[in-house]
Design a protein around this ligand. Structure first.
Ligand code: F6R
Length: 606
């Protein structure tokens, strides 16, 4: 949800800023803009354009002045449509101060009224523009000290924000601040970076600093100063980024999504390493599992679907009741939560605002918080009592694939650990499941080797108005995930249902030729028979059925075979063809695979 980058150093700033924006474009692609500082006092150079980053790049002429410091922004619009004027950076009335913002300023209406009354003129419809005017006044009050001004205004702002600002009188300096939105510092040699995400500067440095809540950072090419809002200097908490620039590149694939689908065997393997026999000591020592009588999983979208699979596994293996909650709903219904509740937020980005807010609610009500997250040092793990990092590597495509696979693995690991700790399952069962889990990378590889025919099959349904997904048991969350992938990528109506629920209403949707994807339970199981009946029911009403199964499905029109696996682990395999179908459908319908319309990767607003 908006990508932010800042560079100050020895190089020409335009190139690292543009490169950072390219790498952050997955966060928002409604408009993009750049501001560069020139000589002290010289006017800022600013360019911004509605639409994707390529529009901005296309507008750049060779005579962009040389600059060593600048900021860039790629936007996911909240307040004000995606126009050139609403694009960031926003400037103060003197055109000397430029500001970019990720998040929402909730009190912008009052601020704007007060600033207009003082004579400030506004150009855009954004909430952000209030901040630049406010900062401009504060900077004057602080005799040109931009960092002091930033600290002051942060105390007046309500909502969530990452802010970066530059001023033409002090061209080497960039000042940033964050509350509930991500901001990381890249530590270079004679150059420093600020960004929403380390991907922006990974090609230049692997050294990063975490910035905490309500902190202000002031960088020049040779210095980094982090303070709280009162101006107290805070220690640097530096870490090394564990992946390199190639992990955030397409590497020969036509799309990031395709690359990420094919990276799933490795992502699963990396997430499993060293954990099949028990969770990391850092987790077990930080949590009191004996005190837990209820588990609440909070997540959004794809991560929510992983949580639903987790419910089946944890309830079965650990014998604990599990609720899975949409994070955006959780805290608004006064849920019952206390010290005996183990709250598990699941988040790829670690920055999803709905999940963060739900988690904070639970924490303040005494819950133990054990997050499952893919992004090192992001806010959700930072604020958790313990974290199980999924090792999917950077996920750039907006539609989540490999992160989902690793979230499923995390759910199984949690279920097994809790089950063993509570004496519900035996060490022998854990060993057996550990072996089953260890076979998954090779099995996913096998599925990936057989997906080619899906290309042609998918194209047959490219003009369908709707597609339905049926599943039972853990196949039901898988059906929901398949439908979500298709909606977001193909912009096609898609819904997932439990197979047995069809006859209670949704079967009325079936018409001649309606494509139905049936995720079949393990061949030979009782549920497979029930599901076979559901397939017959939709066939009898004209549906074309594509079954995903580890055995034959005589009634289906097409069967996509997957290897057999333990019934709880099957989603890891059956979701792969669903991802490929969504990908192929997006291509067939001419959609942008990696940056589907209206979406953004990291949803840092509520
Ligand atoms: C769908 C998708 C989203 C995310 C959701 C949560 O493909 O990617 O539904 O799963 O926005 O994001 P995280 O996991 O970053 O909290």
């Amino acid at each position: 949800m908006c990508g932010i980058v800042g560079y100050t150093g020895k190089s020409s700033a335009l190139s690292p800023v543009l490169e950072g924006l390219r790498r952050l474009e997955y966060r928002g692609y409604d408009s993009a803009g750049i501001a560069l500082t020139l000589k002290p006092g010289a006017p800022l150079w600013v360019e911004k354009r509605a639409g994707k980053l390529e529009n901005l790049e296309g507008s750049l002429t060779p005579d962009v002045p040389k600059s060593h410091s600048g900021i860039g922004h790629t936007r996911w619009a909240t307040h004000g449509g995606p126009t050139d004027t609403n694009a960031h950076p926003h400037l103060d009335n003197e055109g000397k101060l430029a500001l970019i913002h990720n998040g929402i300023i909730e009190n912008y209406v009052e601020l704007r009224a007060a600033l207009e009354a003082k004579g400030h003129t506004f150009k855009s419809e954004t909430d952000t523009e209030s901040v630049v005017h406010l900062l401009s006044d504060a900077r004057k009050a602080h005799n040109g000290d931009l960092a002091a001004a930033m600290r002051d205004i942060c105390q007046e702002l309500r909502g969530s924000f990452t802010l970066l600002a530059i001023h033409s009188d002090d061209p080497e300096r960039i000042v940033g601040a964050r509350r509930n939105s991500p901001l990381v510092v890249g530590v270079g040699d004679g150059e420093n970076f600020l960004a929403s995400d380390v991907a922006a500067f990974i090609a230049h440095t692997k050294r990063a600093l975490e910035l905490g809540q309500d902190e202000v950072v002031d960088i020049t090419p040779s210095s980094i100063t982090i303070t709280d809002l009162l101006g107290n200097i805070l220690p640097h908490n530096e870490y090394e980024i564990s992946w390199d620039a190639s992990a955030a590149e397409r590497g020969g694939y036509t799309h990031f999504m395709l690359k990420e689908i094919y990276e799933q065997p490795k992502a699963i393997l990396d997430t499993l390493i060293g954990r099949t026999a028990g969770l990391d000591a850092s987790i077990t020592s930080a949590l009191n599992f004996e005190a837990v009588s209820k588990v609440v999983i909070i997540a959004c979208g794809t991560a929510y679907h992983a949580g639903l699979v987790g419910k089946y596994a944890i309830e079965k293996w650990a014998g604990i009741p599990v609720d899975v909650e949409y994070a955006s709903e959780y805290r608004y219904r006064d849920p019952s939560v206390d010290g005996s509740t183990l709250v598990i937020p699941i988040s790829q980005s670690g920055e999803t605002m709905d999940t963060l807010m739900a988690m904070r609610y639970a924490k303040t009500h005494g819950a133990q918080v054990f997050s499952v997250c893919n992004t090192n040092g992001s806010t959700i793990p930072r604020e958790s009592d313990a974290v199980l990092y999924t090792h999917a590597g950077p996920e750039i495509a907006v539609a989540s694939t490999k992160a989902f696979a690793t979230q499923l693995i995390a759910m199984y690991l949690v279920g097994l650990h809790l089950g063993l700790a509570r004496g519900v399952i035996t060490p022998e069962f854990v060993t057996q499941m550990g072996d089953e889990l260890s076979e998954l990378p090779a099995k996913v590889e096998q599925v990936l080797e057989t997906v080619e025919p899906l290309r042609e099959l998918t194209r047959k349904f490219k003009d369908s108005s709707s597609m339905l997904f049926l599943g039972r048991h853990v196949g039901f969350p898988t059906a929901l995930e398949g439908a979500l992938k298709l909606k977001e990528l193909a912009y096609m109506h898609a819904e997932g249902f439990p197979g047995g629920e069809l006859k209670h209403g949704p079967i009325a949707l079936i018409d001649q030729g309606t494509p139905v994807i049936a995720i079949m339970p393990a061949a030979g199981s009782l549920l497979a028979e029930k599901m076979a009946s559901n397939v017959q029911e939709v066939k009898a009403r004209g549906a074309v059925v594509i079954a995903i199964s580890d055995g034959p499905v005589p009634a289906a029109d097409h069967v996509i075979r997957i290897p057999s696996a333990h019934e709880f682990l099957q989603p890891v395999l059956s979701v792969v063809p669903l991802q490929v179908i969504a990908y192929e459908m997006a291509l067939a319908r001419g959609n942008d695979v990696d940056q589907p319309r209206n979406l953004a990767k990291s949803v840092t607003v509520e």
